[in-house]
Write a protein that binds this ligand. Structure first.
Ligand code: ATP
Ligand code: MG
Length: 565
């Protein structure tokens, strides 16, 4: 199991575990689980739960299971199971041989349901779904008992067996726990345990036409696996009495459920249902679209597992819901890549530069530093020649006062190369657009400094035109244009807040030749621009495609400086 390298902050879950270890509550064991429902791809919220469960287990010498909560055959697919496994592994966690499925427990759950029927603690109800809802009452109004509530054990056993045998239509009957229709907690008002559903399950096939509900599955699965601390999100707090009731009624090993606040992230929606809608409606290219908050999307965007784990550690665990600024996630990535990401030069919107006084047939190999943060990463050679590209917006013909970059008559430094001075500007006759610059270089400034102490105010990145590789660069921005796309009384549909400019594709970019054969998923800092990674799906040896992960400017560092943290 991966150990995170940062020291962990104490939190209320660690406090509970440490107390349990002291009192010997579970014989000194810590055993957690991550229980995804395979009905979509995992998102960054799940990453919080994954990191929490696996890290707690690792830190206390325990174990963490991967358990698929697959009780809903109509929504679950093998594709999701595979993607979940891939994502958990990629994040750096290992469930070893402990890959479990709630569906593996269907026989046991059925036997336990029969036990509850025999004990007079469960009954078959013929009310329709609407009637059950109606009879349930509200927070202020007590529920009403079903007319079928007092069936004999024999009749219940027979009906439940017939439910299982396929004698009844979907929705016609359910098995309910017999608890208390006047209970202040609505979950305790005779909750449904089993429903009839004639559907093929991805693992059990057509063996079952009744399926257990989440509440009758989760705690029992925890119990079977001898989980000690069953950590889940706050919406299950109200289900805890039921979790405990089933375990007590069955008289089986009793894990404890502990709830924490789910992660909410600004400029993001975080529910598989909503993410699925974006995929289905073509708002994104798929679950792993680099704009998606899915783990596979973040991965494709260029995020590192380390940065995501660091983020999950920093946000901590609390009992109260809050919204985390996505700038913190970006900050964690920049910190990681700043240390590890090799620097290269690439020009996104090329402007041709001719160095008039540079020999026509000469190519020099200049030395460039791979990472100023890490001398061990060494240096590389970048070619320099008479014809270069610089960034279009690094030149202005008529610059305003604070623009220090290239302009007619002005001298700037080309990174690792020479000082150049702009001597002429060539424009398209028709459009007036600047298409080419003519410059003069000072041979004495090789390496980037002038022996006469002359200063320049800007250093530009560049690539040598003849050797440059053409590349496509996909510039990604936030998927939504509002910090909380769901918080809008006028337009409750979050999709109304999709950012129309979340993707800009540039096809004629130029990058330095050292990037030839760059392997998919490798990550770089393009000097002065940001962090980029080779797209893991679409890039190939003949067609280099980079995704911009994040630009360099760190909004989080600013927020922090301004006292916002
Ligand atoms: P969604 O609402 O996105 O569909 P879910 O809770 O239905 O998520 P599950 O597959 O049931 O998804 O979740 C697996 C585990 O991940 C659960 O323990 C759940 O509590 C946890 N989890 C889901 N979303 C978040 C989140 N935003 N923050 C932290 N944990 C989460
Ligand atoms: Mg769920």
């Amino acid at each position: 199991m991966t150990k995170t390298d940062s020291t962990h902050q104490p939190n209320f879950i660690r406090n509970i575990i440490e107390k349990d270890l002291k009192t010997g509550k579970y014989d000194g064991r810590v055993h957690t689980r991550f229980p995804p429902e395979p009905n979509g791809y995992l998102h960054i919220g799940h990453a919080k739960s994954i990191c929490l469960n696996f890290t707690l287990a690792a830190d206390y010498n325990g174990l963490c299971n991967l358990r698929f909560d697959d009780t809903n055959p109509t929504k679950e697919e093998e594709e999701y199971v595979e993607s979940i496994k891939e994502d958990v592994r990629w994040l750096g966690f290992d469930w070893e041989e402990r890959e479990y499925y709630a569906s593996d427990y269907f026989d046991q759950l059925y036997a336990w349901a029969i036990k509850l029927v025999k004990d007079g603690k469960a009954y078959v109800d013929d009310l329709s779904a609407e009637e059950i809802k109606e009879y349930r009452g509200t927070l202020t109004r007590s529920g009403k008992e079903s007319p079928y509530r007092n069936r004999s054990v024999e009749e219940n056993l027979e009906l439940f067996e017939r439910m299982r045998a396929g004698d009844f239509e979907d929705g016609s009957r359910v098995l309910r726990a017999k608890i208390d229709m006047a209970h202040p907690n609505l979950n305790m008002r005779d909750p449904v345990m089993y429903r009839v559903l004639h559907a093929t399950h991805h693992r059990t096939g057509d063996k079952w036409c009744i399926y257990p509900m989440y509440d009758f599955t989760h705690g029992q699965s925890d119990s079977i696996e001898e989980i000690t601390h069953s950590i889940c999100t706050l919406e299950f707090e109200d289900h805890r009495p039921l979790y405990d009731w089933f375990i007590e009624a069955l008289g089986i090993y009793h894990p404890q459920q502990i709830e924490f606040a789910r992660l909410n992230l600004s400029y993001t929606v975080m529910s598989k249902r909503k993410l699925m809608r974006l995929v289905a409606e073509g708002d994104v290219s798929g679950w792993d679209d680099p704009r998606m908050p899915t783990i596979s999307g973040l991965r494709r965007r260029g995020y590192t597992p380390e940065s995501i784990r660091d983020f999950c550690e920093r946000i901590g665990v609390a009992k109260k819901e809050s919204m985390v600024d996505v700038a913190l996630l970006e900050h964690c990535l920049r910190e990681d890549l700043n240390k590890r990401g090799p620097r290269v030069m690439g020009v996104l919107r090329p402007l041709r530069v001719i160095i008039d006084n540079y020999p026509d047939d000469q190519v020099e190999e200049l030395e460039a530093i791979n990472n100023p943060e890490d001398a061990q990463m060494g240096t590389r050679k970048v070619p320099f020649s008479r014809e270069l590209y610089i960034e279009q917006d690094d030149f202005m013909e008529d610059p305003p006062k604070k623009f220090y970059r290239l302009a007619p008559g002005r001298e700037v430094r080309l990174r690792y190369a020479y000082f150049i001075k702009c001597v002429d500007v060539v424009k398209d006759e028709k459009t007036g657009e600047v298409v080419e610059l003519h410059c003069a270089y000072d041979p004495k400034t090789r390496g980037g400094d002038s022996p006469d102490g002359r200063k320049v105010r800007a250093t530009l990145h560049w690539v040598s035109a003849p050797q440059a590789l053409e590349a496509e660069v996909r510039l990604y921005d936030r998927l939504f244009d509002k910090p909380d796309p769901e918080d809008d009384k006028d337009t409750p549909d979050f999709a109304a807040h999709l950012n129309p400019n979340s993707l800009e594709t540039l096809t004629r970019c130029r990058v330095e030749p050292s990037l030839a054969g760059a392997i998919p998923e490798s990550r770089y800092q393009f000097e002065r621009l940001g962090y980029f990674c080779v797209d893991r799906k679409d890039s190939s040896e003949t067609r280099l495609i980079f995704n911009r992960t994040v630009p360099l400017r760190d909004t989080w560092a600013k927020i922090k400086k301004a006292g916002g943290m």
